[in-house]
Design a protein around this ligand. Sequence first.
Ligand code: AMP
Length: 361
Amino acid sequence: MKKIAILGNGQLAAMMHEVSAKLNLETTDFPLPEIKADGSCTESEISHWVEKLKNFDVVTYEIENIPVALLKEVNKSVPVYPAISALETAQDRLAEKQAFTKLGIKTNQFMTVDSKSDLQKTAHDFGFPFIIKTRRFGYDGKGQYVLKSKQDIELAWNELGEHALLAESFVPFDYEVSQIAARSVVGDIVFYPLVRNEHREGILRETHVLDFPEALTEQAQQSIQKVLTHFDYVGTLAIEFFVKDNVLYVNEMAPRVHNSGHWSIDGAKTSQFENHLRGVAGQKLGATTVTSNHVMMINLIGEDVTDDRLESFNNVYLKSYGKSVRANRKMGHINIVSNSETEFKNTVDKVYALIEAEACL
Ligand code: AMP
């Protein structure tokens, strides 16, 4: 039985555990190493982890803020998947945008910002609105500022000026999508369908499995294939895009299983978690076929739903992550699947009614 270490012990690791036994794998998750404010860790911390992980067959991760130096040391004795170079690129928004550009994947305009006068230059070049983001350690819309007018330059600089920053042109997108795919050790690739994502306050709220124009699907698959091949990637990868006038503009990638793929647990033949583990363990990947006509996921943000009635609904799958409630925290998700459009719509309404009723308690 292969032993897989997962760095990070949140809900993503937990959802990998759920499929490990059927794949004849033993998964163990670990809390994050001690990380310094600059994102690195001490030599002794690195040695401690090299020792701790040396008896595993493979090391993988469920979170992006892991010091690359640590993984490189671990990788000398145990293979680390997905590729450390993919993680290193994803950790820095500038490196990420440069990699996409080099691979010929369309992105919005971007430039680095090191001073207030760079912000003035960006305003001149991009026009308002534009957005600045910390190059590192941003997630769920944190470390971002949308500049709408000249007055915002001072405010944005006061808020984020101490960080290394990237400015991006604002995309007045029609909607947002993500593409998830998995690649095996021998280079086979399976694609999940393109999905539509609804964010609020920078946090994913809903994912919908829908039909898209073929040109969009093709563009998304070609893009992710380029990234997977470029990094000799193994495991599950997610790429988020903006869609404007039926053209995709890449936003960012996540070299791991992704929130917008949680629907696959109940809506696809093989989930993104199973395919991630299959990939990193050197197994053949499973089919990604969607198993219902209508599939969506609702994220539970800052509130749990404990109402037993939810369990009695047909085709509703609640996963609660068992975390203590905190504002804007991902507490769980609900997958809704159905072959009938009417049943699907009714169920979505009923589920939202319960979520809202519980939020009012
Ligand atoms: P991110 O952390 O980069 O994924 O950003 C979180 C969310 O903010 C995205 O899902 C979008 O809804 C929005 N956003 C980020 N960058 C841009 C942009 N350049 N133009 C328009 N909206 C953006």
